[in-house]
Design a protein around this ligand. Sequence first.
Ligand code: HMG
Ligand code: MG
Length: 299
Amino acid sequence: MSLPRHVRLVEVSPRDGLQNEPQPVSLETKLGLIERLAQARIKEIEVTGFVHPRWVPQLADASALCQALPLDSTVRYSALVPNEKGMHKALECGKLRRVAVFTAASEAFTRKNINCGIEESLQRFEPVIAMAQAAGLPVRGYISCVLGCPYEGDVPVSRVREVSERLLAMGCDELSLGDTVGVGTPEQARAMYRAVRQVADAPQLALHFHDTYGQAVANLYACLHEGAEVIDASVAGLGGCPYASGASGNVATEDVVYLLDGLGISHGVDLNRLAACGQWISQQLGRENASRAGRALVG
Ligand code: HMG
Ligand code: MG
């Protein structure tokens, strides 16, 4: 399979990147991040999650944040919604152009993360997807632990494919395959991607790799050779999941853009502005910038 000509980048830093930050991040800083991402010509941004504030305190301002988002028709804002309650809140703000439900290929992780099993989670999504469709919003379906689970260890590829098929049949127009703990390696990622491609087309299938073991860019490279066209990433490599202990941030968007440039794959992003954004948010959070390309560029 040859490399794709273009890759669609989905920026998840305001949600996945910030959800694990121990100190509250101000609304102003979150909006500053989103504004700078848009200035770097990022076209899709997952801005928050309408989850229970007790489970993820950092996203307690989801409604306020969405209400304050600038009306920018060039950027598609999306948010996580775990259930009908979250969906009502997401619809109220009127700024979102996509919502995302989330489950996993691991039973144990699903229970820790959303307090129910995989089957029950899918049942919960039915009315959520119906509400989104009635409002004309497309729905992404996340599947976590596609390359391993912090509680169950190995996760069979057949289970990832099965959950993928179910989410597509329920009406998700896009899936995002999460290596939540960042444990996968390239040949494993390639085999998993290949298996899911049996039930989904490349434009429907995002890769969402965390970088705990430093394999995320290599894993993406392997999947690009399988024709992958959609990549989730987080500026400055921010992030982690509160329910996957030890998991570090998503692959850094700057590193992905640098990789794509090297491969001659178009993406539409302004790398220098993106690197400046990564440096800015790292300073705001008092963190070291986790993007290697970003650090090299801002020197
Ligand atoms: P639950 O406790 O089972 O919910 O939580 P419940 O339905 O039993 O309701 C209990 C109470 O919560 C009720 O309030 C509800 O109204 C309230 P009470 O009557 O007791 O006053 N409630 C809510 N409040 C606000 N917003 C809501 C909501 N729903 C119910 N949406 C629930 C279930 C799903 C809500 C909870 O487990 C939760 O919020 N989990 C969020 C977990 C999360 O956000 N994890 C991180 C994101 S996933 C991730 O990072 C992976 C990903 O990046 C991909 C990858 O890397 O693999 C996506
Ligand atoms: Mg994630």
